[in-house]
Each structure stands twice: as C-alpha cells, then as structure tokens.
Design a binder for this molecule. Sequence first.
Ligand code: URP
Ligand code: ZN
Ligand code: ZN
Length: 487
Amino acid sequence: MAEFDLIIKGGTVATASDTFVADIGVKDGKISALASTLTGGFKEINAKGKYVLPGGIESHAHIAQESATGAMTSDDYYTGSVSAAFGGNTTIIPFAAQHRGHSVRDVLSTYDDRAAPKSVLDYSYHLIISDPTDVVLNDELPEAFERGITSFKVFMTYDKMIVQDEQLLDILVKAREHGALTMVHAENNAMIKWMVNRLVDQGHTQAKYHAVSHPAAAEVEAINRGIALAGFVDAPLLFVHVSTDGGANAVAKARLAGKKIFGETCPQYLTLTANDLDRADPEGTKYCCSPPLRDVATQEALWRHLQAGTFHLWSSDHSPYRYDKSGKLMNGDNPPFNAVANGMPGIEMRAPLLFSEGVNKGRISINQFVALTSTNAAKLFGLHPKKGTICIGADADMAIWDPELTKVPGDNSMHDNMNYNPFAGMSVKGWPTMTISRGEVIVDGEELKAEAGRGQFLKRSPFDSTGYTSRLVPELVPATNFGAKIL
Ligand code: URP
Ligand code: ZN
Ligand code: ZN
C-alpha cells in the first residue's frame, strides 16, 4: 500500500513566514510529511517551477444573502464556492444575515440549508446582527458561539441594518465574554444621508455621485468612534473593507497603542477609482459599492498600509448583484445612485489581483501574500493551524500557482453567476492552476472536479487574544468605580 495518498513534488512552498523547495506528502486529507524527497505516493503531482501555497481563505463574501432592501446576491453556495475554488481558495466564510425581527436561530438554520447541500469548499459563517434584542444577546449569540460561529458583523450605517453606539457596546461586551471577534462596516450614517439628500435634491443622481455621497470623512469618523467604543470595553474589533488613508491611519495608530484593532481592505480599493463610476448611464452602477471607490492617492496610501502591516486581511467583499433587473437595475433601467444595490463581485480574482499587483510588481513578498490571503484569516477566525498554513497535521488545503501565467479576464470569464466583472480587461499575472482541498484535487486547470455538498461546516475556535494586554478603564473596574459591577 502507498505510504501517501498524494505527493506534491518539487514545488516552491511558501507559508506566511518561510519559502522553501520541498515534497509534500498527504495522507487521509492531512499534510503528513514535508521533505526534500518523498516517494511512495498513490498519486503524484509535479509542481516544479510553481508555488505551492496554503489554500486561500475568503473571509468576506455575501453568498445567497438577502440585503435589507430585498435584493438577493446572485451566487448560491455552489456557484460562489466554485468561483472561489478557481481563485485558489479552499475555505469560505460568508455572512449569515439577521434582518430586524428575525431570530438568529432561524437565520442559521436557513443558511445551513443554503450551504450544506451546495458548497464545494469548507465553510463557516459570520453572523450579521441588526437586531440585538435581549433574546439575541443572552440566548441566541451564546448558542451560535457554542456552534463555533465565533465572529459577527455589525453595520454603523444603512437605516435598516445600523446598530446604534449603545447597541454596539452591548455586542462588543457579549463578544468579549465569549471570545468572539466583532467585525464592523464603519461609515457615519448621518453624514451619508446628509450628502445623499443634497445631491438628489440638486438632481445629481448618476452613479458617480455615489462616491461623492459617501465621503472619506464618514469612514474616518466611524473608524475612530469604533476604536473608542471597542477600547472602552476592551473588546477586539475588525474594520472590514477599509477604503481611506485616514481610516487606515487610525487602525495603525490603535495597533501601535496595543489595542485589539484589526483591518481589512479589498482589491477594488487598490485597483479601481471613483472615475470607474463615471460611465454612461447606467453602466456606472456596476461600480457602486460601499464604502465607495476613491482616488489614486488613496490607492498609493493603502498599498503603503498593506506593506507596513496595518491590514491583516485582503478580502473580496464579493457582493454579486447582476447587471440586470435581478440586481443592479432592480429599481429601473437608469436608477438613481441611492437605489442601486451596493457591491461588486470578486471572489475569484481576489488572490490573483494581489499576486499580480502585489507579488509580481515587487510591492509585497510571497509570504505577505500568504498571510493576507490565508494565514491571518485562519488565525483571526479560529481556524489555525488546521487551515491557513502548510505544516504537518494541517488539512491538505493548497493551491498550486503559476507565477508567470498571464490572463486578461473578460466580463464572463469567471465561474460565478455574474454577467460582468469589474476587473475585466486588466492584465493579471500569476494564477492558481490547481486547487486541493483536504487532499482532493478539486480544480485542475479549467476542470472542476468537486461535487456539490462536499464542503464541510467548520466549527471555529474562539478569538485568540494572546499578546494583547487586557486594559479596563477605571470606570469599569469595581476597585476604582466605588464597587459598581458593570461588566
Ligand atoms: O457595497 C458593499 N460592500 N456591499 C456589501 C455589503 C457590505 O457592506 O459589505
Ligand atoms: Zn460592509
Ligand atoms: Zn461586505
């Protein structure tokens, strides 16, 4: 009998810390050996001249998710996970969204029904909380944590999703108690509404005004407020899709001060600008996302933050609304910018865009690439070292990358259920050519080899706060607040 089910031979293996040439032996879905030469594989794959990297972990995607305004994202767990697999990912963590009045228990059971029969990749969810009632906080969230759902997202904007500061404090404290990580969409709701009203009153309704209506200052204010609130109750907080230099600076400053503050950014903010919204109506709607696309100076600043380590995550924020009546044009053939579903697709191009613009252009190392697309997500979301690295005992989740392969994707060249691609026409150098999940080749070149439903639900560990000192303000400590028990 063969000693290994699979040997990947002679590839350049890169983790978040090291780069080395090795053979990788896989047995029973796990990495069981790393050596300069291995023999005895039932199957062997020649990876000479290629990179062998940990499978990507896409931790920000909206799949089979209803928005608060009723639009449904176009990818289900089959097309979404297949597209992710072709982009070199082996794990996805989309959102399970609680809308107002809904029970978290029901929401999770709905998403279980959506994901289990369809996902080709291992998966978990972050819970979106829009209605933190006593039952949600005291019964349903603890149940979700018990199931290994150890992160959730809240919104500081959108009238139908927003949580007020007091509610955010309740959620942060609950998360702290259970060891969960709160993620936040940080934009100041009032500033946006104030801008939208003025723009619309003046007849400025074309898509390009979407960018104007979400000023950078709105993100910067909300990020600073989020840092203050999280610091006040000593809870970790992750700012998703950071799109401004000011917001990134606030994250960097908080980290320097030892706070449990984390940041994520996305390919669209480093490769597209607000000028992409300025197209003949209604094409600009394809580029409406929140926070919006910014400018070239911001792109340069965000690259510096990526290089300096401000950001832990590079995520797609895959929000697939088709360019038709089911998505972008659901409110008419030429909708005003404030009636357009927010978001754009990108789950398959997320990692190739960073490889091309980051690694191949010499902006970041291959190890930073691995950290940003895989390892850091595994660590932040309780999956490490089962996922996110190449080491003995880890799940054999890997992608083989050809660093020289160059493609110019078109509007329909992805495997998602979309009819446009915001990155179409860009020359992208460096693509995965094979994706391996738990030792099974699931994508080989252009061929999908995975069955719907093979993906497994991942029970995640609590957030690991090792290395972050707990600092409670005196007003929250009985010894210094005259004995009041606040937490
Ligand atoms: O425009 C976006 N990003 N839509 C998706 C929802 C969100 O805020 O992440
Ligand atoms: Zn968001
Ligand atoms: Zn999102």
